[in-house]
Design a protein around this ligand. Structure first.
Ligand code: GAR
Length: 206
């Protein structure tokens, strides 16, 4: 059984989707959920799901990312994860952290990378007049929102969309995409998963 740690900064809806997916014949189980924000509401959701949690408040460390990460690493390594899923984890990680977990660190980003790395992805896609948006799960490498793409899910951008309505539609796709990619990664399956709008239940009723 593969051991999966999940890092969050907020509500943790992707974390909940990942945790709920790891049952039955799934090759992995959740062992730890951590956050850089002790007030992240996802921590209580993880605890309700029976997953051990921790928080390392990044504000205690000022600009010292390495010291922040040393504590993060101590928590993670005690849980001996095979895979670490970043799920709405909003801190930039240092090359040292990324190298330590290379090949075992996944991230979900709310755009069709390589389009729109960074923040405000939905506003940027609408502003550009794009017809489609989506989400990407990728292996983390040193650049921000870079690294080999393991899966993408596409959703339409509809007339009258705002960044919030589009974010809600993309989130529905994220909750299908991330568990599907995690299952493939945990089974050692290579390649890349591409989901079209028709592959995403719930999109039509939105
Ligand atoms: C998700 O949309 C995720 O793709 C995004 O934050 C949201 C977290 O929601 N991640 C990033 O923007 C990473 N740069 P959640 O806490 O409900 O899973």
């Amino acid at each position: 059984m593969k051991r999966v740690a999940i890092l969050i900064s907020g509500g943790g809806s992707n974390m909940v989707a990942l945790v709920n997916s790891m049952t039955g014949d799934h090759p992995a189980r959740p062992v730890l959920v951590g956050s850089n924000d002790p007030a992240a509401s996802g921590l209580a959701r993880a605890a309700d799901l029976g997953v051990p949690t921790f928080a390392v408040d990044h504000k205690r460390f000022g600009r010292d990312r390495a010291a922040f990460e040393a504590e993060l690493v101590a928590h993670l390594d005690r849980a001996a994860p095979d895979l670490i899923c970043l799920a709405g984890f909003m801190r930039i990680l240092t090359p040292g952290f990324i190298a330590r977990y290379r090949g075992r660190l996944l991230n979900i980003h709310p755009s069709l990378l390589p389009k729109y790395p960074g923040l405000h992805t939905h506003a940027r896609a609408i502003e550009a007049g794009d017809r489609e948006a989506g989400a990407t799960v990728h292996e983390v490498s040193e650049g921000v929102d870079e690294g080999p793409i393991l899966g993408q899910a596409r959703v339409p951008i509809l007339k009258g969309d705002t960044p919030d309505t589009l974010a809600a539609r993309v989130l529905i796709a994220e909750h299908i995409l991330y568990p599907a990619v995690l299952r493939r990664a945990a089974s050692g399956q290579g390649g890349r998963l591409d989901l079209a709008p028709g592959d995403i239940p719930g999109l039509a009723d939105q």
